[in-house]
Design a protein. Structure first.
Length: 317
């Protein structure tokens, strides 16, 4: 009887030991749990500090930009006052100095009061664009469309149109009015481009008419990208008008990789070239070697080729 009880006691002890082991496995080592909690608290504190530092840097950036605008405004007003004093002292050039004084004072006051009060950092815009590009690329992929990208001169409703064909030999649509093109000859997508709004703002601020020659048009587009929109640190154009090609070497894009779907830099360049030359433009973006990061190439049918095609078509009729 005692042996039997001893056996039962042994079984009870082993069962208790197993239960404790299972409980320890479930709960884990107390030291490890404590370490995990401490690590979680540390990471949370670091995340909060980084968020505060990010907010501080954004506020500092906005303050610096406002200060830059107001410094320019103060300098213009100072030059205007200086020209006004000079006009009062020097009668021979009084009229010219008074005109300069009026211009300096007017532009200075306008610059001061039109100083932007809010700036959107590039990383915020890049994140918004990233989601948009991913969605549009996914739609094109689900529809089985080709990798070619064509930018067409639009109308008053849409300045430029991005056409993504289903087949590489598809005909370019002349006046697409719907997003999904279902006709056999031009089946694909016709989208409003991300470069449209940029082009509208760019055209509104041009001091001269939009150029219609490739070299001048490329220079205008580069100034818009670098000086006006600050979407890239540097853009160097290489134009071959006879071959119908314009290649832009882009350095330090503010919106990340330029080879993504309808990237703002590539889209703006293609839309500007298409509207300025009034011709469809095919777009190609590849990584660059050397000083630049990306090569954005726009190709169009040269005028001489178009005229020959029209003449040959007329002869056949």
């Amino acid at each position: 009887m005692s042996e039997s009880n001893a056996a039962y006691d042994s079984d009870d002890d082993s069962t208790a030991t197993d239960d404790q082991g299972q409980k320890r496995d479930r709960d884990g080592d107390p030291d490890q749990n404590r370490n995990r909690k401490q690590e979680l608290v540390r990471l949370t504190a670091e995340n909060e500090l980084l968020a505060e530092e990010n907010d501080r840097l954004r506020s500092e950036y906005a303050r610096a930009r406002r200060s830059q605008y107001r410094t320019s405004a103060t300098a213009l007003v100072g030059l205007g006052i200086l020209a006004l004093v000079g006009g009062l002292l020097f009668a021979d050039v009084r009229e010219t100095l008074f005109v300069l004084a009026a211009i300096g004072l007017f532009v200075g006051v306008v610059t001061y009061y039109l100083t932007p009060t809010q700036f959107v950092s590039a990383d915020v815009g890049e994140r918004v664009y990233t989601n948009l590009a991913a969605n549009e690329a996914a739609i094109a992929g689900e529809l089985g469309l080709h990798d070619e990208r064509h930018y067409l001169p639009g109308d008053q409703r849409r300045q430029g149109i991005l056409y993504v064909p289903q087949h590489p030999d598809a005909e370019l649509p002349t006046d697409p009015t719907t997003t999904f093109l279902t006709a056999r000859e031009d089946r694909g997508l016709a989208l409003e481009t991300t470069g449209n709004a940029l082009f509208e703002e760019f055209e509104r601020t041009l001091t001269a008419e939009l150029a219609t020659t490739p070299s001048t048009l490329a220079s205008q587009a580069v100034d818009g990208l670098v000086e006006q929109f600050e979407l890239a640190r540097s853009v160097e154009p290489d134009i071959d008008a006879e071959a119908g090609r314009a290649t832009f070497a882009v350095g330090e894009s503010a919106f990340g990789p330029v080879d993504r779907f309808d990237h703002p830099i590539a889209s703006f360049l293609a839309v500007t070239v298409a509207i300025g030359l009034d011709r469809p433009v095919s777009l190609e973006v590849v990584p660059a070697e050397g000083g630049a990061d990306w090569l954005v190439t726009c190709r169009w049918e040269p005028a001489a080729v178009s005229e020959q095609s029209a003449e040959s078509g007329g002869d056949e009729d």
